[in-house]
Structure formats: C-alpha cells, structure tokens
Design a protein around this ligand. Structure first.
Ligand code: NAD
Ligand code: TDX
Length: 355
C-alpha cells in the first residue's frame, strides 16, 4: 500500500483530494497542515477516522517537524498544496505568502530530497513530488489566446509571484538534484467547502443573508472555472501517469466574466431559495482590486491528449451542485462564519491526539 503525504489537506482543494483518495483508492494519506484560518478539519469529518487517514498539524516551514514527518511516514509521493491562496490577502499582507509559498516549498523540497536519497530500488525510482500551482503565474491575457505550458511567467500579484517562485524552485530541484517532480497549474476552482472569502462562496452566502454582492470594478474580468472534484481527479491522473519534469495545465474551458458568475448564482438562488428573490438586486459595484488581472484562460489540450483527463462537470452542473451544497450544509457554514471551526478543530485534534 502506497503512502501519500499531502500538504494543505485541510484546505479547499486539499480536502477534496483527501476525500477522493480515501474513498476511491487504496492509498494511505498523511495530511500535513498547519491549520491556518483556511484549514478546516470539519471538511474532513467523513474520512477523519478512516484507518488509511492520518493528520499531522505541522507548519511546512518547520524543517525539523517536516523531517520527522518524512521519517515517520516514509511516503511514496508528496502532493504539495499547502499555500496562502487568497490574492486580496496577499495585497494587504504579503509576508505570509513569501514565508509559506516560497520558504515552505523550499523546506519541503529539501526534506523530500533527503528522503528520496535515502530510498532504494523501485521505491526510489517511483517516488514523486507533485507541486500544485496556479495559472496566475502566467499573468494576464488580453481578449484573445490561452495559457499553454510554454507561456512565459509574468506574475502580477504578491500571491502569484510567490507561487511562481515556488514553481521555479521545484523546477530547479529537478534539474539540479534530479528530484522526480511534476507540476500542475490550474485555473480557478469552485465547489463545496470553499472558504467564503473567495468570489463564489462569498456571493452565495451574502445573497442568502440579504447582504451586498461586491463586484470589483465593472465585473468584466474573466476567470476560467473548474469544479474542484474535477481538479482533484486531474491531480490524481498527473500523480499516477504524468511524465517526470513536465508541467500540465488544468482548466475547465469555462470562461466567464465575474458579473456572469454572480448573475448565474443569483438565478440559481431565485429558484432554489426564492426568499429574497430577485437576488441580483444585491449586486454592488465596489473599488477594483489593485493590479487586477483581466483575463485567465487555460489551454488544457496537453493533459487531455497525453493523460486522457477532461472535466466531468460543466459550469452549469457544477454551480448548481455548489449552490445546493451551501444551502444544505449549514453546520459547516455556521462553523466557518462564526469562527467556531478553529475552536472545534483545536478541541477535537487535541482530544484525538491525546486519546
Ligand atoms: P486554501 O487556502 O483553501 O488551503 C490552503 C491550506 O494550506 C489550508 O488548509 C492551510 O491551513 C494550509 N497551510 C497554509 N500555510 C501552511 C503552512 N505554512 N504549513 C502547512 N499548511 C499550511 O487553498 P486552496 O484553494 O485549497 O489551494 C490549494 C493549492 O492549490 C494552493 O497551492 C493554491 O495555490 C493552488 N491553487 C488554487 C486554486 C483555487 O482556485 N483555489 C487554483 C489553482 C491552484
Ligand atoms: O468580493 C469579490 N468580488 C470580486 O469581484 C471577490 C472576493 C472577488 N472578486 C473578483 C476578483 C477576481 O477577478 O472575482 C474574481 C475571483 O476572485 P477570487 O475568488 O478571489 O479568486 P482569484 O483572485 O481569481 O484567485 C483564485 O483562483 C486562482 C484563487 O483564490 C487562487 O488561489 C487561485 O490560484
């Protein structure tokens, strides 16, 4: 049985990856997460007592603790998702982004390299370090064209610059030390368990509560949306079949302006939660994000042609599932909006680890 060390497994995408791997595969999963404000063990209740799941509350910048985790769990592969992920927070406070996304990735790479060097034979040959990154490293597109794996890096925000730095470190550890790496760059994800600071969950919860729906600038910035479980499936595909040293772009072929996204959410809520309809009356234009990238769009041809992955959800089916999820999963939402999820996490984690 292979052991996967997953960093950031208590986050939005990481928890989707962990749930999928526990439910659909025979991997052992070790979730290494510091539990920042974005880490929520309530997203993992369905797998938390599974015999193939283990949680380690560790900061990836802590070299001694990271080394201990590698020593104790002897992983066959690493999926590295831990990061500071919110562009707006990176504008008001970039320090954590430099620390976790750059220094943390460096620390993890060094621990992975030491571990990989200690392996022999097939285990060494089959080891993988899978770095999970974003399409934002490529900068911003005009009206035409797509990001491909050959697009030059032009990160514009402190967040994307820190992710671009981490991509370069991973590339260098492959070329210099031979560490067996694969990197993926994905477009905007959406779906259940998404922290309500990001556009889609924020708009759903504000609309349900009759609060303004803030649209930056004119709402004409374009993002390419992918349902989170499709991303999780793509990550498993790349981990298992991706070619060493390669990068793969992952995207949903789903370009929408922000205004279109917000209007689609409002229309779904008018149908599924008619109290407060029409929800679009809550749309409020606010000051634009500093340095706001105009358009992202991924050309996902390579992962489809080489590895056979394509998304299962359309934006319409995925958004309907997402809105329905936020309307029914009131415990998770109450935990997140009251801040209780952090107390709950501490209490339950402490109880489990001392049991
Ligand atoms: P998230 O913010 O929801 O989760 C990040 C997780 O990392 C949290 O559980 C947090 O506790 C953990 N973490 C943060 N700092 C840590 C540290 N120093 N040590 C250990 N754990 C730490 O993020 P997400 O949206 O799930 O994104 C996951 C990854 O995917 C990130 O690397 C992000 O750059 C990338 N990505 C995200 C998107 C998206 O649309 N959300 C798109 C493409 C790529
Ligand atoms: O209140 C809002 N109003 C608004 O108009 C918020 C929170 C966002 N926006 C706009 C900004 C963006 O154009 O909506 C778009 C999406 O914003 P976010 O949800 O903050 O995502 P984005 O900045 O595009 O980045 C996301 O996708 C790529 C993730 O947060 C990153 O981690 C990922 O790499």
């Amino acid at each position: 049985m292979k052991t996967l060390l997953i960093t950031g497994g208590a986050g939005f995408i990481g928890s989707a990856v962990v749930r999928q791997l526990i439910n659909d595969t025979q991997y052992k999963v070790v979730n290494v997460d510091k539990l920042t404000y974005a880490g929520n063990l309530q997203s993992l209740i369905s797998v938390s007592t599974h015999p193939r799941y283990k949680f380690e509350q560790v900061d990836i910048c802590d070299a001694a603790e990271v080394a201990r985790v590698f020593r104790e769990h002897q992983p066959d592969a690493v999926m590295h998702l831990a990061a500071e992920s919110h562009v707006d927070r990176s504008i008001t406070g970039p320090a954590d982004f430099i620390q976790t996304n750059i220094v943390g990735t460096y620390t993890l790479l060094e621990a992975a390299r030491a571990h990989w060097n200690s392996l022999e034979g097939e285990r060494k040959a089959n080891f993988r370090f899978h770095h999970i990154s974003t399409d934002e490293v490529y900068g911003s597109l005009g009206d035409e064209g797509f990001f491909t794996e050959e697009t030059a890096y032009e990160p514009n925000s402190p967040y994307s610059a820190s992710k671009a730095s981490s991509d370069h470190l991973v590339r260098a550890w492959h070329h210099t030390y031979g560490l067996p790496v694969v990197t993926t760059n994905c477009s905007n994800n959406y779906g259940p368990y998404h922290f309500p600071e990001k556009l889609i969950p924020l708009v759903i919860l504000n609309a349900v509560n009759g609060k303004p729906l803030p649209i930056y600038g004119k709402g004409d910035n374009i993002r390419d949306w992918l349902y989170v479980d499709d991303h999780a499936r793509a990550l498993r595909t790349v981990l298992e079949t991706g070619k060493l040293g390669e990068t793969y772009n992952i995207g949903g072929w789903n370009e929408k302006t922000n205004l279109e996204v917000v209007q689609a959410i409002c229309a779904l809520l008018d149908e599924l939660h008619p109290q407060g309809a029409p929800h679009a009356k809550l749309i409020t234009y606010v000051a634009d994000r500093a340095g706001h990238d105009k358009r992202y769009a991924i050309d996902a041809t390579k992962i489809a042609a080489d590895l056979g992955w394509k998304p299962q959800e359309t934006f319409e089916t995925g958004l309907r599932k997402t809105v329905a999820w936020y309307l029914t999963n009131t415990d998770w939402i109450k935990g997140v909006t009251s801040g209780d999820y952090q107390k709950w996490v501490q209490q339950n984690y402490t109880e489990r680890s001392t049991a």
